[in-house]
Design a protein around this ligand. Structure first.
Ligand code: UDX
Length: 449
């Protein structure tokens, strides 16, 4: 049995809610705080406010154990010995930089309510922040009179795998203060909380603050670069008749390169990769080393070019004009197994097609509600069959299993014209071509080899 640690988690978004439930499931006592009363209410009833496989079970189990509570009352964090900061750091309006206002609010809550009368409290930052933030939080807490050991403990969770990534991460990183004695307090506290992870032999790296902060953005930049690299190869493949999926397979056999994150298509989106690489560039500029990250500008622009390419290809396949044509859009979320449409390439493309005069009829198994909030003008139907009915063009934009499994012959019986753009290279070009479709992938064609 673990010694129970009393924990607060500030911020109940994706990261915070999953972290709070998993930590309670580990056996700790967790109070999770958010200013959004509706979200807190739902979470407290065991209803996840977002689509995440496996989360509902952990949440319900943690609530039933009595070790997890959700609240909007910041004074409730006063009992905790360890506080996790898990608030959002979205892109600031009109700028590439991160908006740190939620971090500032968390610091204010800590100064008002955290208690360090008998021993220092530990404050573990999990949010993705510009390098330098951990030290500035430590300074502000000290100036405000709270004896806090700040540890920077970045999170690498992927949507769709959030529970597994939280409970069985590839590695844990602790960014510790320079003062060795205080660093030891932070290390011991996190080891205690993460005991099941540490005991299972997960690599644990002890580093300084800036390293921990950079690890997160470096990892995301690398992933984004890998995707844009393969998308730039897709452009070359389109120009030469090569097949980017076979090219990715071939280079991926080299284990220095590896097969993952080489899926060419309409590019990356979501609440992390796009804003994190932009915030990283903005921070590099502030630090006077913007040249070090100019390649990320290219990564971003290759990524945005994918969306232009998909829309141009749609127009080209339809004889140059989209006005009045019915386009069936399959998938709107930024990736499958998620209801997240933040910076979704699929939604952006659907909106652009609509802007070009197409009669867009879209469908998505999980993202429809979110889309209705941000794009109420888009027509959304419940099933792929409804979307396909009478379509002049079909675009597969998010590779949900059901869409990938569509039968080309059945789909052909529904549409007006059998034309399909496979924006995720998820379909079998030969099967679709043989069924009579004009199939176009992203950097691939139907070919004998
Ligand atoms: C990402 C990181 O993977 C995670 O470690 C970090 O903590 C948060 O950001 P997430 O945003 O959940 O996670 O999504 P991810 O699975 O990384 O996909 C990001 C985007 O890239 C999606 O739009 C996906 O469709 C796209 N993608 C991914 C590709 O276009 N090609 C690929 O090969 C892989």
């Amino acid at each position: 049995m673990l010694p129970i640690v009393k924990i607060s988690v500030i911020g109940c978004g994706y990261l915070g809610a999953v972290h709070a439930a998993c930590m309670a499931d580990f056996g700790h006592e967790v109070i999770a705080l958010d200013i959004d009363a509706a979200k807190v209410e739902r979470l407290g009833q065991g209803i996840p406010p977002f689509h995440e496989p496996g989360f509902e079970d952990v949440l319900k189990r943690a609530l039933a154990s009595g070790r997890l509570r959700f609240t909007t009352d910041p004074s409730a964090i006063g009992e905790a010995e360890l506080h996790f900061i898990a608030v959002g750091t979205p892109q600031r309006g009109g700028s590439y930089a991160a908006d740190l206002s939620q971090v500032d609010t968390a610091v204010a809550f800590l100064l008002d309510h955290a208690r360090s009368d008998e021993q220092p409290v530990v404050v573990a930052g999990k949010s993705t922040v510009p390098v330098g933030t951990a030290q500035s939080i430590a300074d502000r807490l000290a100036e405000g009179g709270l004896d806090a050991v700040v540890v920077w403990n970045p999170e690498f969770l992927r949507e769709g795998y959030a529970v597994a990534d939280t409970t069985r991460p590839d590695r844990v990183v602790y960014g510790l203060p320079e003062d060795a004695e205080r660093g030891e307090i932070g290390r011991a506290a996190l080891d205690e909380v993460y005991r099941p992870i540490i005991d299972s032999g997960t690599p644990r790296l002890l580093v300084n603050y800036p390293t921990a902060e950079l690890v997160k953005v470096a990892a995301n930049s690398f992933l984004a670069t890998k995707i844009s690299f393969i998308n730039s190869m897709a452009e070359l493949c389109d120009a030469t008749g090569a097949d980017v999926t076979r090219l990715a397979e071939a280079i991926g056999h080299d284990d220095r390169i590896g097969p993952k994150f080489l899926q060419a298509g309409i590019g990356f989106g979501g609440g992390c990769l796009p804003k994190d690489i932009r915030a990283f560039m903005a921070r590099a500029g502030e630090l006077g080393v913007d040249q070090s990250l100019t390649f990320l500008r290219e990564v971003d622009s290759i990524n945005m070019r994918r969306r232009d390419h998909a829309v141009e290809l749609a127009a080209q396949m339809c004889g140059g004009r989209l006005v009045g044509l019915k386009v069936a859009v399959l998938g709107l979320t930024f990736k499958p197994d998620s209801d997240d449409v933040r910076d979704s390439p699929a939604l952006d493309i659907a909106g652009r097609l609509w802007g070009r005069g197409a009669n867009v009829v879209a469908t998505d198994p999980a993202g429809a509600d979110a889309v209705r909030r941000v794009r109420p003008d888009l027509q959304i139907v419940d099933t792929a069959d409804e979307a396909l009915q009478g379509a002049d063009l079909v675009m597969l934009l998010t590779a949900w299993r059901d869409y990938v499994a569509l039968d080309p012959a059945h789909a052909k019986s529904l549409v007006a014209v059998p034309r399909i753009i496979d924006g995720r290279n998820a379909l079998d070009p030969t099967a679709w071509s043989q069924a009579g479709w004009d199939y176009r992938g992203m950097g691939r064609t139907a070919s004998t080899w």
